[in-house]
Design a protein around this ligand. Structure first.
Ligand code: UD1
Ligand code: MG
Length: 486
């Protein structure tokens, strides 16, 4: 950017009392990114060195989260006590070295780089001591009102307004570009509000006007500068962000069945020709290839889909990869590095965990595949599970290409079923199966001729005699013989 020397201060040390969650509101994700990171990324895109103001002994998690994002040119300042926005800025005073200081409330995540650029331009054009953003809003409750008194600009906080001032709908957005020397001087002269006991940063605007200095306001759309003070405001801001993200993908060839019911996180990518059903959530780290179909109510988190993949209704996919033409669901659950190969099929009520399913392999009904590696063209029968956990350790199941696992198999790992082998339905398999062998691991069936007829007669006889027994009650007629016969 074209400006002499500049720094930004982002205020994030407030107590967020209106959230009522006892957590730092800056950590709340908006489309998968913590609120505070939006502004830090925006300032990075403009190459403005930034000081983030955090609270002492209360914002450690926030600091760690911010550090995780590896923001360039970022330093921290600590506000000892939450004595208001003026005090928060003062806590960064010793680090101020530039001609111009941009002060931003940390709870304004939708502010754009374009708006900030124009604020710099307005300040320069008007040689203002302070240039700040204002906006107009239907319900200004809670915001500082911007008052123009015969050309002099003042900001009066909501709690300090007269009834007449409360009617004013032009509000202070919470973004100020201030002459560095003026700011440093003013920070030493702020006075506490007698009403709230807080130091208001907005008082620097009032002091500048009183001293006859130039104060410039730049009015911007409310949606760009909405403050997030309550969970309702967080919801409203996320709605705007979400709509922006979905609109972007629509313009890039993605069809949304019912866009208003769909959630897409900020870092998701979707290629053209894909279809996203209603109620689908595409969360952090998900990438979707060309011409994929994600049917209604499926949730994908950190999922990688190659081209032409189908995720059928109500499936949940986390930290997993689906290769081209794979088909999963409805009601499939993939997690913890499940890799579904090309043309493979995972059907309803099948869970796949930390397993690789080879090309064209199928597990179409009611199965659990954990810590397994399947080759190509493997068929897993309905109701089959891998017993991968012995109570202490996990073990692997390896099933080579073209093996056919019958229905309702219990595969006790560690286990290796070799190429082309079959296992009989209902088997418990605990020994490796050689290539092309048939493994049968079940009790042999025995048929007792006419036994059912005899059993029925016995039941009838017992029930007749119990009717004649005055003291009988349900359950008391069971004879020892009868139990034995069963
Ligand atoms: C503030 C403005 C108000 C403006 C509104 C726009 C003041 C006094 N008021 O009110 O004119 O209309 O923003 O959204 O500035 N913070 C600290 N330390 C503190 C207090 C707050 O770091 O001791 C931080 C908060 O974390 C927040 C920001 O400063 O990110 C603004 O504080 P907040 O309490 O939300 O101020 P508002 O009441 O919204
Ligand atoms: Mg606020």
């Amino acid at each position: 950017m074209e400006h002499t020397s500049t720094q930004a201060i982002v205020l994030a040390a407030g107590n967020a009392n209106r959230f009522k969650t006892k957590k730092n509101k800056q950590l709340e994700p908006i489309c998968g990114k913590p609120m505070v990171i939006y502004q830090l990324h925006m300032l990075n895109s403009l190459s403005i060195p930034t000081i983030l103001v955090l609270g002492e002994n209360k914002d450690e998690t926030l600091k760690q989260t911010v550090q995780h994002y590896k923001i360039k040119d970022l330093s921290f300042a600590t506000q000892k006590q939450q004595l208001g926005t003026g005090d928060a800025v003062a806590s960064a005073k010793d680090q101020l070295t530039s001609n111009l200081v941009l002060i931003l409330n940390g709870d304004m995540p939708l502010i754009s780089a374009d708006i900030i650029k124009t604020l710099y331009k307005k300040q320069k054009e008007t040689s203002a001591t302070i240039a700040f953003l204002s906006t107009n809003v239907i319900d200004p409750t809670g915001y500082g009102r911007v008052i123009n008194d015969s050309g002099k600009i003042y900001i009066i906080e909501d709690k300090e307004c007269t009834n007449e001032q409360k009617e004013i709908s032009t509000i202070n957005a919470g973004a100020y570009l201030v002459d560095g020397e003026f700011l440093k001087h003013e920070l030493s002269h702020l006075l506490k509000s007698s009403l709230t006991g807080e130091y208001y940063i907005t008082d620097i605007v009032n002091h500048a006007s009183e001293q006859g200095k130039i104060v410039t306001t730049f009015n911007v759309p409310y949606d760009n500068v909405r403050g997030v003070n309550t969970l309702e405001e967080l919801w409203a801001v996320e709605q705007i962000k979400r709509a922006e993200i979905i609109r972007h993908w629509m313009l890039n060839g993605v069809r949304f069945e019912l866009a208003q019911s769909t959630h897409v996180d900020h870092d998701v990518t979707i290629k053209a020709g894909s279809y996203i059903g209603s109620g689908v959530h595409l969360k952090k780290g998900t990438t979707i290839g060309e011409s994929c179909t994600i049917q209604a109510y499926s949730i994908l988190e950190n999922a990688t889909l190659e081209n032409n993949v189908i995720v059928d209704y109500h499936s949940v996919i986390q930290d997993s990869t689906l290769q081209a033409n794979a088909h999963v669901g409805p009601f499939a659950r993939l997690r913890n590095n499940a890799i579904i190969g090309e043309d493979a099929q995972i059907g309803n009520f099948v869970e796949v965990k930390n397993s690789t399913i080879g090309t064209k392999s199928k597990a179409k009904h009611l199965a659990y595949l954990g810590d397994a590696t399947l080759g190509q063209n493997v068929n897993i029968g309905a109701g089959t599970i891998t017993c991968n956990h012995d109570g202490a350790n996990k073990h692997k199941t390896v099933i080579d290409s073209n093996a056919y696992i019958g229905s309702n198999n219990t595969l006790i790992a560690p286990l290796h079923i070799q190429e082309g082998a079959y296992t009989a339905a209902g088997s418990t398999i605990n020994k490796d199966v050689p290539k092309d062998a048939l493994a049968i691991g079940r009790a042999k069936q025995e048929n007792k001729e006419d036994y059912a007829t005899k059993l029925r007669e016995k039941i009838k006889k017992n029930s007749d005699s119990s009717k004649n027994d005055k003291h009988s009650f349900v359950g008391a007629t069971k004879s020892k013989n009868f139990e034995h016969n069963l």
